[in-house]
Write a protein that binds this ligand. Structure first.
Ligand code: WTA
Length: 653
């Protein structure tokens, strides 16, 4: 088996075999020193433009534009341009969860035809350039068709994670005033049929949505009871094949994706067309070193940015083959993923540390028989990867021969920003690496001065900002300004605020995690405030505080402390969890609920979450003097200890 890494000292570096196939080497960092020139060259080389831009980059903070005046169509760049040379190449491999269902393979030509048709379905229902279309689909091929069809006619897609609740979908539909929703009757999860339509129906009630197109995933067809709901397949049969791609301005919005911030309401992150396309293309190409016959499998759901950029758009913009899998990682057996890798010759595999830790816990004897020799590059995303998980991934999955590319980025950044490249290295556990060529990051103190040495500071980005970066928060200029720019503006700095902490070690960046009230639970981004808002809505809850605690598998999990209006009438924990499932979705479900008499508060009434964190982590609570009710801390400590003794609590990371 080919070894793509070599060990030198305590670090891994690309081997000769990797260097021989690497698409870029360390020269790329020099070549990218003038980001404007660098990205302009890549945009020219990598995309088909209907009209060349007048200005490569324009910055009027807090806004900036890439390829101003340029025009292109996103779906044309993913599909049409590949038809001539790669029409018969597999664009998509879909592995359904049921093992008796055969995988689907679509060539570029087949995908192109479906997208053209579905774009005509959208047209038929009155969708035009600039309209918002909500997509609430599981990880099935129709999701790709729906998303690309939007981009073909200039409609802005807004994908909502299928595990999110009906309420969460509704609020996202309402924020964007979506005209149409694309959903499915359901999907398979752990051998069970999961109903999606019920949630979708509830969500669209009394909203701007005029039509709902339903993919029959669980049944052969979908019989509508009202004119509002249409069967995806029947709609496809009702339209023609010819679909002219609409020419879009580079700075026109391509999609909106909602994500959690420090305030209760999720914000709609807006990505543009040209900058995002260039960035998705080259980060995908170089991070995974995609060669002609390679297959990329990014396990993220399309409800997240990782699914958008690396399961769908990045591979297609490169004319590569992408693999998606519908179901649960360990269904029907623990080796499902590894079997898929072997069967479909996956060369680049991209997943989250949570999944790795789950497999680690399950033991690894069975892995000996899975050699996975097609693998070349392994990726990690979404949360810090600890040393144990890194080593396990490296040894058991990569068999000690594949580099691990630990990629730091965010929904807002559109593509990866900090990581090492496979042909460059070094590959060091827990260390993300360097700024992607053509981007610049700094670790600074609270005044914005660059930090030296291993001191933890704030991670910021300096302009010209990466072409994949967000172009605003949908309908909310103030939130955009406040969240990403205002703090540093006050200090006369032109920095994008990442809300992550970091430090530099041997010239590489190590991420330490969020500096705001955002948790990463199993790689999912959850806002403390959003979860608190949801819990506070529960009828018997008077007030609550949510704090994260480290978890062996999920990285961190939310813990809720609640003060009740009256007496607890039993099984509050269960009822509250269900309530959160309905309000947000099971991803945000608190792991523990403590009913307390009082929450630690300052004189001005601010809840001191930091003290709750101290208690959970078995640390001496700091700052008790500032509290009006220090006594409650003792009571909470007792309560927490009770659960610890029952062996329910978990270790610190
Ligand atoms: C965290 C996911 C450490 C980080 C693409 C960031 C990471 C947040 C890493 C964004 C990584 C992502 N190492 N932390 N490799 N990747 N994060 O928007 O805190 O879901 O701010 O985007 O995930 O989460 P989001």
């Amino acid at each position: 088996m080919v070894k793509y890494v070599v060990k030198k000292g305590d670090r891994y570096w690309p081997s000769k075999a990797m260097k021989d196939i690497a698409l870029v080497d360390k020269k790329i960092y020099k070549e990218s020193q003038d980001p404007r020139k660098f990205w302009a060259k890549l945009a020219r080389r990598g995309l088909v433009w209907n009209k060349k831009w007048d200005k490569v980059y324009e910055e009027k903070l807090p806004y900036f534009k890439w390829f101003k005046g340029g025009e292109l169509n996103f779906s044309y760049n993913c599909l049409d341009r590949n038809l001539f040379k790669k029409g018969n190449k597999t664009a998509l491999i879909f592995v359904p969860e049921p093992i008796d269902e055969k995988p689907i393979k679509w060539t570029y030509h087949e995908l192109y035809q479906k997208v053209c048709k579905f774009s005509n379905v959208l047209r038929k229902h009155g969708i035009v350039k600039g309209d918002i279309v909500s997509i609430y689909l599981p990880l099935i091929p129709e999701a790709l068709v729906a998303m690309l069809a939007c981009t073909r006619i200039g409609a802005i897609h807004s994908v909502v994670f299928s595990a999110f609740s009906s309420d969460a979908l509704k609020s996202r539909i309402q924020d964007g005033k979506a005209k149409l929703l694309i959903t499915a009757d359901g999907y398979y999860r752990r051998g069970e049929k999961v109903d999606l339509l019920k949630k979708a129906k509830k969500a669209v009630y009394r909203t701007s949505v005029k039509k709902v197109i339903v993919v029959p995933r669980l049944r052969k067809s979908f019989r509508s009871l009202s004119f509002k709901f249409k069967d995806f397949n029947k709609e496809m049969d009702s339209v023609g094949l010819m679909s002219e791609p609409v020419s879009m301005k580079s700075e026109d919005p391509l999609f909106i994706l909602y994500t959690s911030g420090t305030t209760g309401k999720p914000k709609g992150v807006v990505h543009d067309t040209g900058g995002y396309a260039v960035y998705a293309k080259y980060t995908c190409l170089w991070n995974f070193n995609l060669l002609e016959n390679d297959v990329l499998w990014c396990t993220a759901d399309i409800g997240w940015i990782t699914g958008h950029t690396y399961a769908f758009y990045g591979p297609l913009l490169n004319g590569s083959t992408t693999l998606i899998y519908e179901g649960s990682p360990d269904f029907p057996k623990i080796d499902r993923w590894w079997k898929i890798i072997e069967k479909h010759n996956v060369s680049a595999f991209y997943t989250a540390p949570t999944a790795i830790r789950m497999f680690m816990k399950a033991g690894d004897k069975y892995l000996k028989k899975h050699r996975m020799k097609s693998l070349k590059v392994l990726g990690s995303v979404g949360e810090p990867i600890d040393k144990d998980a890194w080593n396990w991934y490296f040894k058991k999955i990569g068999k000690g021969r594949c580099p691990i590319i630990d990629t730091w980025w965010q929904t807002e950044t559109g593509g990866t920003l900090i990581n090492v490249l496979p042909g460059v290295g070094p590959f060091v556990p827990t260390v993300a690496g360097k700024s992607f060529p053509g981007t610049k990051h700094l670790v600074v103190d609270d005044k914005g001065k660059i930090k030296k040495g291993k001191d933890i500071g704030f991670l910021v980005q300096e302009g010209p900002f990466a072409p994949g970066m967000l172009h605003g928060v949908y309908n909310d200029h103030k939130k955009y300004l406040d969240t990403y720019w205002r703090y540093w503006k006050k200090h006369k700095k032109k920095y994008y605020d990442s809300s992550d902490g970091a430090f530099i070690t041997n010239g590489l960046i190590r991420i330490t995690g969020r500096t705001d009230d955002v948790m990463k639970v199993a790689g999912h981004r959850i806002s403390t405030a959003e979860l608190e808002d949801a819990i506070n809505e529960y009828k018997t809850v008077n007030e609550c505080a949510v704090v994260p605690i480290a978890d062996k598998i999920k990285g961190e999990v939310p813990v809720a402390f609640v003060v009740l209006k009256g007496r607890d009438i039993g099984n509050l924990e269960g009822r509250l969890k269900k309530h959160v499932d309905n309000k947000i979705g099971p991803t945000a479900r608190p792991s523990f609920v403590y009913v307390v008499k009082d929450l630690p508060k300052t004189r001005s009434g601010k809840i001191m979450r930091r003290i709750l964190k101290n208690v959970l982590n078995n640390e001496e609570p700091k700052g008790l003097m500032t509290l009006v009710n220090p006594d409650c801390v003792g009571e909470i400590t007792e309560l927490v200890k009770g659960k610890v003794n029952k062996g329910k609590m978990v270790r610190k990371r």
